[in-house]
Design a protein around this ligand. Structure first.
Ligand SMILES: C[S@@+](CC[C@H](N)C(=O)[O-])C[C@H]1O[C@@H](n2cnc3c(N)ncnc32)[C@H](O)[C@@H]1O
Length: 191
């Protein structure tokens, strides 16, 4: 199977803003408490990316973890998601640590680099996964990590294995599959 073929496997529709309320609601902080899920990877002063940030559960949580000197680059292809994320960030008092960036489905369109990149419950929506991981790899600082988490109800074990295979052919290495509720995961580093 070619990388191009692999790069276009297991696509799902893009999550709409109204559908996002079904999982990104007040219960989420118990299901996915950000310090518990990401505290091992994100610390004071870091620059982190939240790709496919949606309404910002993880962007806002990571803004707390990076502190006043850190930065969160929150990226999404839907302006509505970024608008809700920024409103929530302002309410949480961390909007000044978050840079919102509107991307295209096939192009992140941002040249900044990060110590940590999160792609939570979004990779299955990306049309060209090979290009996606190529782009993530070039945006990862030395010794940086990428965490992908995919929803168990949509992504099978075989599908995430294919996704990891694509990431490998972009020059990434899967070092772990951390346990995260309702998710299949892969922690990636540069080879
Ligand atoms: C299921 S939601 C998850 C949102 C968020 N990561 C969370 O866990 O709450 C998927 C998000 O990924 C975004 N998305 C899908 N494909 C994308 C792409 N190719 N580039 C950037 N964002 C994308 C969607 O717009 C949506 O906001």
């Amino acid at each position: 199977m070619t990388n191009q073929t692999l790069g276009s496997t297991c696509n799902h529709g893009v999550c709409t803003w109204w559908k996002a309320y079904t999982f990104d609601n007040p219960i989420r902080k118990w299901v996915h408490p950000v310090p518990k899920v990401l505290g091992r990877y994100v610390g004071d002063g870091m620059t982190v990316m939240d790709v496919g940030c949606g309404m910002g559960h993880f962007s806002i949580g990571m803004a707390g973890l990076v502190g006043r000197t850190g930065k969160v680059i929150a990226i999404d292809m839907q302006q509505k998601m970024l608008d809700v994320m920024l409103k929530r960030a302002a309410r949480a008092g961390v909007a000044d640590r978050i840079v919102a960036h509107l991307c295209r489905a096939d192009d992140l369109g941002i040249e900044k680099s990060a110590d940590f990149i999160l792609a939570f419950w979004m990779v299955h929506e990306v049309p060209d996964k090979q290009r996606f991981f190529d782009q993530l790899k070039t945006r990862l600082l030395d010794d940086g990590k990428i965490l992908i988490a995919e929803p168990r109800m949509h992504v099978s074990a075989a599908e995430i294995e294919k996704t990891v295979e694509i990431a490998r052919s972009s020059g990434l290495n899967c070092c772990e599959a951390p346990a995260i509720r309702l998710s299949r995961t892969a922690l990636l580093t540069a080879k």
